[in-house]
Design a protein around this ligand. Structure first.
Ligand code: FAD
Ligand code: NAD
Length: 467
């Protein structure tokens, strides 16, 4: 039986990054993945394919709506070859997952294909196509990720009542896509199909979309997406979803307690994801999970069994690829005797709609709830020369800073390329910058980043220069 210093179950961004860092630190490392391709949810049915479809549909929208204003005329009709769009997405996924195989080889990490399950705290059985083998691991990292959750009364048939996984590989463009849940998945994939011509209705339980982000972002994104033709039904509680042939009917109750029905040909259920531990046999190793199914960990991401750790979507916290990656690195370094640290407050969150939405630190709602006195500075994208040049005038940058010390406490953005701009805010906050620190830094002109400087000027003492 082979013995490893560390075995990692699951090859998503948490697992494969943990494996690389363990190998870099000299540990004999094995990674176990039940699917034939590495990369987990993120690379196969998450971040990468959704961004590929967002990019393709954005090109189409530009071609039919915006090329003309730039003086570009296309003779004849611009047509969508949806199969080709989906095939391209598949090829982007293939290239990306193959890249992980390359990284595993490069770092001499042993890859096992099969379902990993605990026999006890130091032995893992790997089952694949009727065959099983057992390996010994001094330490194990559980990185088994998450799966889409649903509502108790919904039967996901994966044909018409679907999750994000199916929505990324449809064979036709829906005529009317009903999206349950106005969170990240619902808005990203809702926007893809709206651009491609579908009628899209988003039914959200809370009184605003992306409810965990700053309220100003929810408002701005909803305003822009409404202009793009997406219909929103907030404060609607879905009570039934029925499929009859090609028709799906969704019933919901609105704020006035009236019953509302929506009829479409597809319904995307995007009400969150749940930790995935099925088949792991956690009990055989004595590892505890909580009532939400999350593997319980301490600050070192160690479970109640001292040589077993857990990272990523399967534990508490934001379900984000970069959060999983940081945790993978943290556990590897702890195993090597180092003292790493993650500041969870500084993990950014991004929605890749267009305009993009990006956030780090505390929202205005959180600061109010915590009773913190703060200054708020805001700058609209439309006041930037760069935005007018590209035609991307929606959105803003908002900076919240401590009223006493001027330390930046939160940065919230909507606009072109803010997914990239948020890194400046993360860097500033990691170094505990004040709003004035950002305001005094030179920002290249003309860039979208100038909005960050201007919002910082506004937060410092209302002295934005261009608004
Ligand atoms: P996962 O990526 O879920 O990987 C877990 C792996 O473990 C899987 O491959 C699974 O097959 C394997 N596994 C499970 N059980 C076993 C077992 N017993 N034996 C062997 N293998 C097993 N996050 C972002 O940060 N940015 C984005 O843009 C983004 N977009 C997304 C879009 C969509 C549509 C979805 C669904 C998610 C998106 N996410 C995004 C979230 C992101 O994908 C997850 O947060 C991330 O993949 C979590 O990584 P992980 O390593 O914890 O788990
Ligand atoms: P989410 O938590 O972002 O959004 C779920 C939405 O559904 C929320 O707005 C919630 O209020 C709503 N909801 C819950 N119950 C409802 C009900 N009964 N009726 C109507 N609405 C209801 O979850 P998601 O969009 O499914 O995404 C799952 C996870 O994947 C998220 O945690 C997210 O972090 C991750 N993800 C990230 C990205 C990204 O980083 N760009 C993209 C996609 C997914």
């Amino acid at each position: 039986m082979s013995t490893y210093d560390v075995a990692i179950i699951g090859s998503g961004p948490g697992g494969y990054v943990a494996a690389i860092r363990c190998a870099q630190l000299g540990m004999k490392t094995a990674i176990i993945e039940k699917y034939n391709t590495l990369g987990g949810t993120c690379l196969n049915v998450g971040c990468i394919p959704s961004k590929a479809l967002l990019d393709s549909s954005h090109h189409y929208e530009d071609a039919i709506k915006h090329f003309e204003e730039h003086g570009i005329e296309i003779p004849g009709e611009v047509k969508i070859n949806f199969k080709k769009m989906i095939d391209r997405k598949a090829s982007v996924v293939e290239q990306t997952t193959k890249g992980i195989n390359f990284l595993m080889d490069k770092n001499k990490i042993e890859v096992f294909t099969g379902v990993g399950s605990f026999k006890d705290a130091t032995h893992i059985e790997i089952a694949s196509e009727g065959k099983t083998e057992t390996i010994e691991a001094k330490n194990t990292i559980i990185a088994t990720g998450s799966k889409p959750s649903t509502l108790p009364f919904i039967k996901l048939d994966k044909e018409r009542v679907i999750t994000s996984t199916e929505a990324l590989s449809l064979s036709e463009i829906p005529k009317h896509l009903i999206v349950i849940g106005g969170g990240v998945i619902g808005l990203e994939l809702g926007q893809v199909y709206r651009r491609l011509g579908a009628e899209v209705s988003v039914v959200e339980y809370m009184d605003r979309i992306i409810p965990t982000m700053d309220g100003a972002q929810s408002k701005e994104l909803m305003k822009v997406m409404k202009k793009q033709g997406v219909k929103f039904y907030v404060s609607h509680k879905v009570s039934a979803v029925k499929r009859d042939g090609k028709t799906v009917t969704v019933t919901a109750t609105n704020k006035k307690d009236e019953e509302v029905t929506f009829e479409g040909d597809y319904c995307l259920v995007s009400v969150g994801r749940k930790p995935y531990t099925e088949g792991l046999n956690l009990d055989k190793a004595g590892v505890k999970a909580n009532e939400r199914g999350q593997v319980e960990v301490n600050d070192h991401l160690q479970t109640n069994v001292s040589n077993i750790y857990a990272i990523g979507d399967v534990i508490r916290g934001a379900m984000l690829a970069h959060k999983a990656e940081e945790e993978g690195v943290l556990v590897a370094e702890i195993l090597a005797g180092q003292k790493p640290h993650i500041d969870y407050n500084l993990i950014p969150g991004v929605v890749y709609t267009w305009p993009e939405v990006a956030s780090v630190g505390k929202t205005e709602e959180q600061l109010k709830e915590d009773g913190v006195k703060y200054n708020s500075g805001q700058f609209p994208m439309r006041a930037l020369g760069r935005s007018r040049a590209s035609g991307d005038t929606d959105g803003f940058v908002k900076i919240l800073s401590d009223a006493n010390t001027d330390e930046v406490l939160g940065v919230h953005m909507v606009g072109a390329r803010v997914a990239d701009l948020i890194s400046e805010a993360v860097t500033a906050m990691e170094f505990r910058a004040s709003a004035e620190d950002i305001a005094r830094m030179s920002h290249a002109h003309p860039t979208y980043a100038e909005a960050v400087k201007e919002a910082a000027l506004d937060a410092t003492d209302k002295r934005a220069l261009h608004f």
